[in-house]
Design a protein around this ligand. Structure first.
Ligand code: SLL
Length: 171
């Protein structure tokens, strides 16, 4: 459809929280891991209104899979199998670790769209500077609240195939 432009809003980013002493003792993760985090690509429909994590599944439905076929999260190479391929919602990866790094998020669309994959970069955020870092470094204090670090974006399709346009608009 020449001259037609259609976009779909998305949210991507991460949540992160510190591991408790008990979790560190019982989870089978390396001793230097301090945080558990989740990186995700989510629909705007899953956005909460009350400050909770986006996609803390409002209505239990992720409405991205009608146009997104696959999301690949490329983690830091210190992780085992850093390329994490997710073929169905929820498009997310949960891990434990100690450090912040750039995550490449590659989004592939349903085959019939004829659209090329797109990529974006998310900087994994574990520490809410500067206040929470000071708190989390003091083991006598309670754990700081989880970090939420999310980005709103819009995926734009130019001159979409008619079928794909219909898929998007009928959903
Ligand atoms: C740095 N930007 O160079 C950081 C790298 C790497 C993070 C952070 C654990 C991996 C694992 C992990 O959190 N890596 O041991 O499974 O300082």
């Amino acid at each position: 459809m020449q001259g037609v432009q259609i976009y779909r809003p998305i949210i991507y980013g991460n949540s992160a929280r510190m591991l408790t002493q008990e979790e560190k003792a019982t989870m089978r993760c390396p001793a230097d891991h301090t945080h558990q985090w989740t990186v995700a690509l989510r629909s705007v429909a899953s956005q909460p209104t009350n400050g909770e994590e986006p996609g803390a599944i409002v209505g239990g439905k992720d409405d991205l899979s009608h146009f997104i076929r696959r999301v690949t999260f490329k983690l830091h190479e210190s992780f085992a199998s850093p390329n994490r391929v997710i073929d169905r919602p929820p498009f997310e990866v949960t891990e434990t670790g100690w450090g912040e790094f750039e995550i490449q998020i590659r989004v592939a669309f349903v085959t019939e769209s004829g659209e090329k994959p797109i990529s974006m970069t998310h900087m994994l955020k574990l520490h809410a500077w500067p206040i929470v870092k000071a708190i989390q470094d003091d083991s006598r204090l309670p754990l700081p609240p989880p970090v939420q670090f999310w980005q709103y974006d819009e995926i734009v399709f130019n001159d979409p195939h008619e079928n794909f346009f219909n898929t998007l608009t009928n959903h």
